[in-house]
Design a protein around this ligand. Structure first.
Ligand code: PLP
Length: 432
């Protein structure tokens, strides 16, 4: 293919491949623009966004109120660093604390930085408040966790791809099995200062906890003077049909980590929240970030929270999520045994693909060819997590397309359920 005949898609993908590090393997779609739940590529093809940038675009692309908030703030001031006070940070923090029900919030930028903040807070609390010798503090983490990509965080990942060749890793973390209290008890020691956990394991494949697990975990942490730190970077802010996923479990964590949707789909904004008794282990000079809580980010974070509230996006996620899951279960029945499981909460679903028949990636690429953007996680799960602003009609269009793709694959594999059962019936009547 010479340069004169290359499509725009090939040109942009080629340029990224030539000059970019190879740490991603994107679906071969070149996005040129997006509005709300729709995306258009450089060839002018339209797609339904069923991924919403891993929840970062929960408000839909370029929500008019978020764009207006950015434009308003860009007439005033964008960045000063935390060397000075500002007019947007206070209102943002107050709203965030009110919505989440914590005394204090510490703003950062990316999710991983907010997780790092949580780790530092937990260790300091473990030393200053619980009395564990400094350097001995231990944090319990779940197998299959995803908390970001810093060298400390990947050090306690159980995913070989995230870790290989990146050692040495920071000590002070011990593993337990997600959803298994016996394993939490076995991992706990006198030096345990915190449990760091996702309420639903997103990257692991949208794994829901067993009923009652979080209540038992909450009790265990309370009885043993251990902080329960809830990483809702992906699950929080309406994704699961509640403001926060911990509400489904009937518990309140000691600290909460937010990110992704907090930036309203326009900026990285994250935060670590806790009550005074925990947060006040930070004193001036102990922690910070040049961009964390900048005036522009704070204006965006505040507007992101107000839009969720004003547009009732949490209730919308609950109702439409119910519908999306029901429709996906329909695909599972129509396209068994290729599609062998569906689970989720709110507008967040994981669909298991039987690896004996197809990879999740292959189906994701076929979906993209037909105008639906999703993303696989591991080889066997397709994740659907559209903006919370999506309509029932768009969900139906996306799921109809998924059903077509899945049934087409079944036909290619001669896995058509009716075909198989008809064949079995014929063989029963007419022995070979
Ligand atoms: C995405 C994610 C992170 C990391 O956020 P980044 O903004 O990519 O650093 C942390 N925890 C969870 C649960 C996530 O899903």
């Amino acid at each position: 293919m010479d340069a004169t005949t290359a499509t725009a898609t090939q040109t942009f993908i080629g340029q990224e491949a030539r000059f970019g590090a190879r740490n991603y393997q994107p679906v071969p779609v070149v996005v040129a623009r997006a509005r709300d739940c729709l995306i258009w590529d450089v060839e002018g093809r339209e797609y339904i966004d069923m991924m919403s940038a891993y929840s970062a675009v929960s408000h839909g692309h370029l929500h008019p109120r978020l764009v207006a908030a950015v434009q308003r703030q860009l007439q005033q001031v964008a960045v000063t660093s935390r060397a000075y006070h500002g007019t947007t940070l206070g209102p943002f923090l107050e709203k965030l604390c009110t919505v989440a029900g914590f005394d204090r919030a510490l703003p950062m930028n990316t999710g991983a930085e907010a997780v790092e903040t949580a780790i530092k807070c937990a260790r300091r609390w473990g030393h200053f408040v619980k009395g564990i010798a400094d350097g001995e503090q231990q944090i319990l983490v779940a197998r299959g966790n995803f908390h970001g990509r810093t060298s400390t965080i990947i050090g306690f990942s159980t995913e070989a791809d995230y870790r290989a060749g990146f050692g040495p890793f920071a000590p002070g973390f011990r593993h337990f099995d997600f959803g298994d209290m016996a394993s939490v008890r076995a991992a706990t020691t006198a030096s345990t200062c915190a449990v760091l956990i996702e309420p639903i394991q997103g990257e692991a494949g949208v794994i829901l906890p067993p009923d009652g697990f979080f209540r038992e975990l909450r009790d265990w942490c309370t009885r043993n003077d251990i902080l329960l730190i809830d990483d809702e970077v992906q699950a929080g802010l309406g994704r699961t049909g509640r403001w926060f996923a911990f509400e489904h479990e009937g518990i309140r964590p000691d600290a909460l980590i937010l990110g992704k949707a907090l930036g309203g789909g326009v900026l990285p904004v994250s935060a670590f929240l806790a009550d005074r008794a925990v947060m006040d282990v930070f004193n001036p000079g102990s922690h910070g970030s040049t961009f964390g809580g900048n005036a522009l980010a704070a204006a965006v974070g505040l507007e992101a929270l107000l839009v969720i509230e004003d547009e009732d996006l949490v209730a919308r996620s609950a109702a439409l999520g119910e519908h999306m899951l029901e429709r996906l279960r329909g695909v599972m029945h129509a396209a068994a045994p290729l599609v062998r499981g569906v689970r989720g909460r709110g507008l967040w679903a994981g669909v298991d693909i039987d690896p004996a028949h197809a990879s999740a990636r292959e189906l994701v690429e076929r979906l993209a060819e037909r105008g639906v953007l999703s993303k696989e996680t591991h080889e066997t799960v397709i994740r659907f997590a559209p903006p919370l602003t999506i309509t029932r009609e768009l969900i139906d269009r996306a799921v109809d397309t998924f059903q077509e793709v899945a049934m087409q694959k079944c036909r290619e594999l001669a896995l058509d359920a009716t075909f198989v059962s008809a064949k079995t019936r014929i063989e029963a009547v007419v022995p070979a």
